[in-house]
Design a protein around this ligand. Sequence first.
Ligand code: ATP
Ligand code: MG
Length: 764
Amino acid sequence: VAARPAPYLDGLNPAQRAAVQALEGPVLLLAGAGTGKTRALTTRIAHLLNLGLARPGQILAVTFTNKAAREMKNRIGRLLGEMVEGMPWLGTFHSISVKILRRHAELIGDGTLHLKPSFTILDTDDQIRLLKQLIQAENIDEKRWPARQLAHLIDSWKNRCLSPAKLPKGEERAFDGLGGRLYAAYQRRLLELNAVDFGDLLMHCVNLFQAHPDVLKTWQDRFRYILVDEYQDTNVAQYMWLRLLASGHRNICCVGDDDQSIYGWRGAEVGNILRFESDFPGAQVIRLEQNYRSTPHILAAASGLIAANKGRLGKTLWTEAEGGEPLRLIGHWDSEAEARWIGEEIEAFQGGHRHSIGRRSLNDIAILVRASHQMRAFEDRFMTIGLPYRVIGGPRFYERQEIRDAMAYFRLAVSPTDDLAFERIVNLPKRGLGDKAVQKIQAEARDRGLSLLEGAASAVATGVLGGKGAGALRQFTEAMGRWHADALDDRVNHVELAERILDESGYTAMWQNDKNPDAPGRLDNLKELVKALEEFDNLQGFLEHVALVMDNDKGEQAEEVSIMTLHAAKGLEYPIVFLPGWEDGLFPSQRSMDESGMKGLEEERRLAYVGITRGEELVTISFAGNRRMYGQWQSSLPSRFVDELPEDHVEVLTPPGLYGGGYGAAAQPFAPSGMHERAARADVYNSPGWKRMQERSAQRAQPVHRTPVVIDAEPAARFSVGDRVFHQKFGNGTIMGIAEDTLTIQFPTGFKTVKAGYVQPSGT
Ligand code: ATP
Ligand code: MG
């Protein structure tokens, strides 16, 4: 078969090549981070196509995220150039299940009701709202039995492919004895609404395959080759799904790493990877050991940390790469200081101030957080200093459909020449303006050199556009004219204007009249949007703010720092990685620490392993002594994982300018002061691991601090930690920390970080 040239094989090592060329029968590629598993998988697809063993539509490749699917598509395109027509079925379990279900929706039902191909997919909010209604209907005390808990229970059943009828004896009694009944009622309600939730996508597919062998057969015949990335994170439902599809030809290739199993909390079973060989007798197991991603220090630190986990398959990793810097470890006063420091570091990389790394694009830098609430400090800081960033997989409030629609109204009101905004909303709500009408408006605008809004007015006035649509369009353009005038008028309150625009345009009413279960949630979001406006002086300022926050169709060219959760970072790699918030209670999470047994803690440790192994050249871990959690300040201990890092591969940095120490002062991260003595954490800083790390760092020939940090001698130098000071707005307080030109002060109302210039010594 190998008659065709396969240049893409040249760059692979022998083990990878074996994985690419073992095309028939079950194959498990089991290997550590950065060993080229995903690359081998991608090359395998190219190879299948190149050899003509399958047409694109006969290959099914499952990735963990949509982003990963897109990247794989691009890569296959590059490997094969123009050669292939069409693309393999490439996507997540969920996205592929949706495609399958839409074709057989009618077969999903309970005897009386069934789905229709146009079914909607509920998000978590919708799901919770629906469950709330059901709970209320049963007169259950919602405080004791919250909808969220029921949602979680139902998800866990769905992850195991347990429909209400299949619940094992006793399990239906969960949730105050009513779990099973509520679950059945919920499924019934979903059918009535022609809707499914996320868990249904997999479960319905599996049930469909099991109940209709003919349907299963057509899909088995279609997918002649199946490939799965990140196999260690499949749950039972996904596992059943795969087994059913692969059970005919058994051409299934799974790649994974048991050390990177991080979705146990969502029902993933690392056991799936461990029992692959018994499920698919005769499976070839191929291991990869050479790492191509990270420096030896990064690799050693990650390997050292994960070694603390019991019950792993264990594996060796090595790299040909040499040199590189140890992991950097730094403590900060609080999360704001942490964000500030990371912002400065990133600017130093951009300016090429760090001699060992050289100038770096923002695209090379990622900040990986344990919990999404950590992102806010970075988003705020980066906005303040004008550092472009993107949030990957975050709560994308400003990207929701109704928010974008509303924003389009505001944009057009502020700038009537915004044609994109015009196109988005001209027929939203429906004004009887179809594609034809819009084309006429576009032609009119083009011919006369007008914006679309002006073109629309002109088309109505000249009679180019007639009929029912014309009247509605006239109303729309006239209203927009009024809103524009109001938007420019300082005397008009912009929050009220925004509400008025949404009401008068009929946009709010559109959702009020919508019977879909997600409509109330959209109305809530619109309210939230109007509320967010209050923080700004006018619509213009708000729109600029959102344009900054939003990943606004800037394409991939724009240079931006990436911020995401560790969970979202799986499979990705960045030259420079920051891992903030390594504190007990945050990372590892409080929940995993409270749990009896080591299961949760080991999963957190795997998450830490995933985090470190994302880095190619430089990884920086940080923690803060104080963090606002759930609206309250709490002091915190450095993560236990910090102590588990092999000290030979870690360098401890001193936080800049804290505690009056100034940059480069002897490592004395926390100076005790009054009630915050606890934050001093003498126990931690006296721990043997910490001391060893500090000593090693001190012994190293290189100076510890390479980033030039400008210490503004004026005015912060006037103060020392412990000084009593007075601030116009917050009153008297005590200085707890000094960093450059800002002071962290404990006021009676809480901690504040303020510019040193705004406070004066206090008499009290
Ligand atoms: P993870 O476990 O994090 O998902 P992985 O095993 O999937 O990692 P890849 O992302 O496929 O690893 O590869 C890691 C990096 O190494 C990529 O930049 C990839 O291009 C590179 N790489 C993989 N194999 C080779 C090779 N044979 N020669 C050179 N570079 C390689
Ligand atoms: Mg991978």
